[in-house]
Design a protein around this ligand. Sequence first.
Ligand code: SAH
Length: 234
Amino acid sequence: MGCVNISQSNYLAAFMRIFEDNYRHKGMRKQLVDGIRQKGISDDRVLQAILHIPRHFFMDSAFDKIAYEDRAFPIAEGQTISQPYTVAYQTQLLELKPFEKVLEIGTGSAYQACVLAEMGVQVFTIERQRNLFDQNKNFPFLKKYTNIKFFYGDGYEGLPTYAPFDKIIITAAAPLVPPKLIEQLKIEGKMVIPLGDGKVQRMLRITKQEGGILKEEEFDNFSFVPMLQGRKGS
Ligand code: SAH
């Protein structure tokens, strides 16, 4: 039969990305940013970055309104695009300065990478799932961010060739602090990491001090998908 029934057409629509950023989207984004500010994010540069990036471009959904609700959302391969508040929270903890070298573990949708890039740092981001990595290669919006480099690999290994980094952000639940990533952090560099292997993780900021001594600061609890060992795909 040559016709598409309702459920099939809904299915097709649900997997189409919308690459139009209109006044309605901008209005919803402004409200999202106001909400995040009220929840306690005070770094204006973080809020400006979120205001500028069309989050609905990063999600396969016919319902672009959902992109501007403050919640996580499923992307491909059983992964999620982090909640905007969580993205803002981790980014604020990084205390970024222009032109710093930042390593991100868990590219996922690449939304967090774009928030970092908007803030004028050099981003190196690693994804362990081949399909997600490939999807980002074919995502035209990312071409404007010439300050993001994408890698397919295991985040536990980091990127020794490009180390050391000023800042490292881990966007998956880490069961332990990856030793190789600590090695790849500069002295006075900071790592923001959701630590824990249960349902809930504690956000930590680790500063590598002179002599390699680690200073740990504890923040709120969050819930991330797990940081897994090794790569997936070929
Ligand atoms: N930063 C993302 C959120 C991604 S969810 C965003 O803005 O959308 C976590 C991601 O980490 C998933 O894509 C998952 O595949 C990836 N991941 C998990 N373990 C990893 C590892 N060891 N190395 C690299 N990526 C990993």
